[in-house]
Design a protein around this ligand. Structure first.
Ligand code: PEP
Ligand code: MN
Length: 263
């Protein structure tokens, strides 16, 4: 179902008024975690002004340590809903359980399956049954075929609204948090009709590397980007070191304009 051989035309995934696919430029931007209503509104307004089409923000955070901030859960989803009402941006939030999918269905436009859950087959089936548009991130050590099989789990439940997201894979290199597999973009385009976006924030873990890799992703043919942006990265509850400031995000979207028509 994800294979281009049996579905040669590219898929466009509709999310509210937005459409993700070739010749559209989807920019999802926002904090790693929703920390407060005030923080989310500030960021949502800033990223909208800079040209983002989605605001992202985690309400359920799958943290490496159980002692790290775990997210505001349903309260965070409610702030996402307010952000959409205030800005008109589409909203996306990661889900980590069936209960989170049910809650997200009430408040946000698109759900995200994170890298750590890419092979949580039960969660994939539930995301499929939800019918909601799904952003499926590549697992930390998943091959492209394993990733496409994960997409297959969602689509085979009757939900064709899947967008893939390359977010870096684990390699021996330690200079960056992960290694962005830019070749995944043309490989996915050759094998599948599904849209693919790139997340240079989680791929690098380093703010200064985000812009060059964002440009690289667009040049390679990605249908969009996911970028972490924070009003005060030094005080972010998660992923501060990779979060762009408003000024940095502004100049990045300016620099991207020649690569693709921005909304
Ligand atoms: C995220 O996007 O908030 C996230 C946790 O990303 P990943 O699953 O790619 O690590
Ligand atoms: Mn993050």
């Amino acid at each position: 179902l994800s294979n281009k051989k049996f579905h040669p035309q590219p898929t466009y995934v509709k999310v509210g008024n937005a459409e993700i696919g070739p010749d559209t430029m989807t920019i999802m931007a926002g904090p790693c975690a929703v920390e407060s209503e005030e923080q989310l509104m500030l960021i949502a307004r800033a990223v909208k002004k800079a040209g983002a089409t989605f605001v992202r923000g985690g309400a359920y955070k799958p943290r490496t340590s159980p002692y790290s901030f775990q997210g505001l859960e349903e309260e965070g989803l409610r702030y996402m809903q307010t952000a959409r009402e205030e800005t008109g941006l589409s909203t996306i939030c990661e889900v980590i359980s069936e209960a989170a999918i049910e809650a997200a269905a009430k408040y946000v436009d698109m759900i995200q399956i994170g890298a750590r859950n890419m092979q949580n087959f039960q969660l994939l089936k539930e995301a499929g049954r939800s019918g909601l548009p799904v952003l499926l991130k590549r697992g930390l050590a998943a091959t492209i075929d394993e990733w496409l099989n994960a997409a297959e789990y969602i689509i085979s439940e009757g939900n064709p609204n899947v967008v893939l997201c390359e977010r870096g894979i684990r390699t021996f290199e330690t200079a960056t948090r992960n290694t962005l597999d830019i070749s995944a973009v043309p490989v996915i385009k050759a094998k599948s009709h599904l849209p693919i976006i790139v997340d240079p924030s989680h791929a690098t873990g380093v703010r200064n590397y985000v812009a060059p890799l964002a440009k690289c992703a667009i040049a390679a043919g990605a249908d969009g980007l996911m970028i972490e942006v924070h009003n005060n990265p030094a005080c972010a509850l998660s992923d501060g070191p990779q979060s762009l400031t408003f000024e940095q995000f502004d100049s990045l979207t300016d620099e991207l304009a020649p690569y693709a028509e921005l909304a």
